[in-house]
Design a protein around this ligand. Structure first.
Ligand SMILES: CC(C)(COP(=O)(O)OP(=O)(O)OC[C@H]1O[C@@H](n2cnc3c(N)ncnc32)[C@H](O)[C@@H]1OP(=O)(O)O)[C@@H](O)C(=O)NCCC(=O)NCCS
Length: 155
């Protein structure tokens, strides 16, 4: 069993870029880092007790008065299934709540069943389907959690 707690959560764009490239591997670190630097929302990494970066999460700027989006969430493969992703989502929900947010959305590919299970377990519900997201013919589904009316377990 890996010792991952206490998680330290902080902002570190270089660390997010390195982990993103490591996990997704499609683009170079400079391009990814530039994109994250331009990101207007909040970005956080999680470190374990040995200061190893094991995950990241983001919260958009408000897209409506009280509505936010989780644009990025990932956990290092070797550390999945330990509750770290859930901790990161609960942390970001607390951030949204602190900003006066009521609703938090996340956009998932229709085939990402593990992502659906993960977010459903945290209280998110499917909201709207986008059959041809950004003209790429990708089937995407918005999931939403109403942090005012639906109970969620705070971090
Ligand atoms: C989705 C992701 C962040 C989950 O992180 P994690 O730390 O492994 O998640 P947790 O350990 O907190 O899992 C909580 C629950 O979600 C569900 N879950 C998580 N991963 C799952 C999987 N691969 N398949 C099915 N259910 C899964 C389980 O019900 C789990 O509860 P359990 O451990 O009691 O069974 C991680 O798998 C990941 O980085 N995936 C790639 C990126 C991605 O898909 N991001 C989501 C789109 S933004």
């Amino acid at each position: 069993m890996k010792t991952t707690r206490p998680l330290k959560i902080k902002t570190d764009i270089e660390a997010i870029s390195i982990l993103d490239v490591y996990l997704n591997g499609k683009r170079d670190e400079k391009t990814v880092s530039t994109e994250y630097r331009k990101y207007k929302g909040k970005l956080f990494v999680a470190e374990d007790f040995e200061d190893q970066v094991i995950g990241f999460v983001s919260l958009s700027q408000p897209v409506a008065e009280d509505t936010y989006i989780i644009d990025h969430l990932a956990v290092l493969k070797s550390h999945r299934g330990l509750g770290i992703g859930s901790d990161l989502v609960r942390f970001i929900m607390d951030q949204a709540k602190g900003l006066g947010g009521c609703k938090v959305y996340v956009l998932l590919a229709s085939w990402n069943e593990s992502g659906h299970t993960f977010y459903r377990k945290l209280g998110f519900k499917p909201s709207a389907a986008l059959p041809e997201y950004q003209n790429e013919k990708k089937n995407m589904i918005w999931f939403v959690l109403d942090i005012v009316t639906q109970q969620y377990e705070s971090s």
